[in-house]
Design a protein around this ligand. Structure first.
Ligand SMILES: Cc1cc2nc3c(=O)[nH]c(=O)nc-3n(C[C@H](O)[C@H](O)[C@H](O)COP(=O)(O)OP(=O)(O)OC[C@H]3O[C@@H](n4cnc5c(N)ncnc54)[C@H](O)[C@@H]3O)c2cc1C
Length: 400
């Protein structure tokens, strides 16, 4: 890469102004104040994506999940409204879409996960039509509720792919809400609900899986594990699944299908020197510092941290990144450790939720002094009314 001009140099450069990028910028400003920080972020809008489950289930408005990016960039932080297209960590440089080259002393990579709609043949052209919907896009999320609320019976199918996804619980949460909505609209008795997941079981942590298995049974949801959606024909209302163990395929007719699409690391990171062999940013799972480049950190969905990709995980990763970054800036080693904490508020109905919280070892790490594996109304209210406030006014301000 060519040499960056002086005005294109920043003490700390953050790629991505989503959950992780804003949280780190806000915390850094609080911790060390007078420091030159820039965020590279192409989008005008910032989304609180956890609300999309409730939007798809008709229990929230999608407009409540979005704010202007400009309102979240912390005061004193420079916003570079562009996309990064390459990272050359050996030269401390980042190339932008416009061709401009930025250089940095320290880099934080927080670009999120890429949704690979086109990895399912037939999916892009039928999304939002023919009963095919997905909560994984702001533009489409209200179609989910439109299709669920107008459903007249038949096969309602909910999928979970074999790739890592953001919020591993979201694919099943919408199935639970839909099933309850079908009761309310009087079509449940003429509906078959399928949950087709590439995973081997309903949840990776046994304590919560025990409850969710009962939920599946109570709701008479036909759960088919180790099945991965591989093609969809919208006009014919036909979905093709592959058995991930023996490679065989089978078709399922659908009247409604909620697709959780395959996801991967952003393409530009996959081919950069900061990526591991799968394309994720290769960081130490404790310190979140890059394994090769000491002045590079990463967190959130684009990192290779072996935990479930959630905003809740970022709430615990962000203080570790900031603390270690400041240590390294002062010539000391990164010492703060992240233990893999993540959380999944598993909505099991319109008034019930299992709040799963666990770490790298899949050991529960619960916040409340009661058994969180039980379905609770209080935890549903917590997700619906409290967590969005914690996000906008706590996490995005660098306070929690
Ligand atoms: C339907 C759904 C339900 C969910 N439910 C929950 C939940 O209940 N609880 C929970 O904790 N989490 C939940 N999540 C997951 C949570 O939203 C994500 O894990 C979290 O937002 C990830 O933060 P991030 O900063 O890594 O990525 P994001 O918040 O997605 O931000 C990435 C940012 O990087 C930007 N970017 C992308 N490419 C580039 C580039 N080339 N250059 C510069 N910038 C770039 C993007 O524009 C974006 O602003 C859910 C997500 C979905 C979709």
């Amino acid at each position: 890469m060519a040499v960056a001009k002086r005005e294109n140099h920043h003490r700390v450069l953050i790629l991505g102004g989503g959950t992780a990028g804003i949280s780190v910028a806000a915390r850094l400003m609080r911790k060390i104040g007078d420091v030159d920080i820039a965020i590279v972020e192409p989008s005008d809008k910032h989304y609180y994506q956890p609300l999309w489950t409730l939007v798809g289930g008709g229990a929230a408005k999608k407009e409540d999940s979005v704010k202007d990016e400009s309102s979240l960039i912390p005061t004193g932080v420079k916003w570079i409204k562009e996309s990064a297209i390459d990272v050359k960590a050996e030269d401390n440089q980042v190339r932008l879409q416009s061709g401009r080259i930025l250089s940095y002393d320290y880099l934080v990579i927080a670009c999120g996960i890429q949704i690979d709609w086109d990895k399912i043949p037939g999916l892009p052209e039928t999304l939002g039509q023919n009963g095919v919907c997905s909560n994984y896009s702001y533009d489409l999320v209200d179609k989910t509720w439109q299709f669920i609320s107008h459903f007249q019976g038949g096969n309602a199918v909910f999928t979970q792919p074999s790739t890592p996804v953001k919020c591993g619980g979201a694919p099943q949460k919408i199935a639970y809400l839909a099933e309850e909505a079908f009761h309310a609209s009087g079509v449940r008795e003429r509906t078959n609900v399928f949950f087709c997941s590439a995973n081997p079981s309903i949840f990776s942590v046994r304590k919560y899986a025990n409850t969710l298995e009962k939920v599946l049974k109570r709701k008479r949801i036909d759960a088919r594990f180790r099945t991965d959606l591989v093609a969809i024909d919208g006009a014919e209302h036909r979905a093709t699944f592959k058995n991930v163990d023996d490679g065989s395929t089978f078709d399922l007719e659908f009247d409604l299908i909620h697709v959780t699409p395959p996801m991967s690391a952003p393409d530009f990171l996959k081919k950069s020197t900061v990526a591991d062999s799968a394309g994720w940013v290769d960081v130490d799972r404790g310190t979140l510092q890059h394994k090769k480049f000491e002045n590079v950190f990463s967190l959130g969905d684009c990192s290779n941290l072996p935990t479930s990709k959630t905003g809740a995980a970022i709430r615990k990763q962000s203080p570790v990144v900031v603390s270690n970054l400041v240590e390294v800036m002062q010539g000391r080693p990164a010492r703060e450790q992240y233990d893999g904490y993540t959380s999944c508020p598993l909505v099991t109905g319109y008034n019930s939720l299992v709040l799963a919280e666990f770490d790298y070892e899949l050991q529960p790490q619960e916040t409340f002094p009661f058994d969180q594996s039980e379905e609770r109304y209080s935890m549903y209210v917590f997700k619906r009314d409290i967590l969005p406030q914690v996000y906008w006014y706590g996490m995005m301000k660098g306070l929690v």
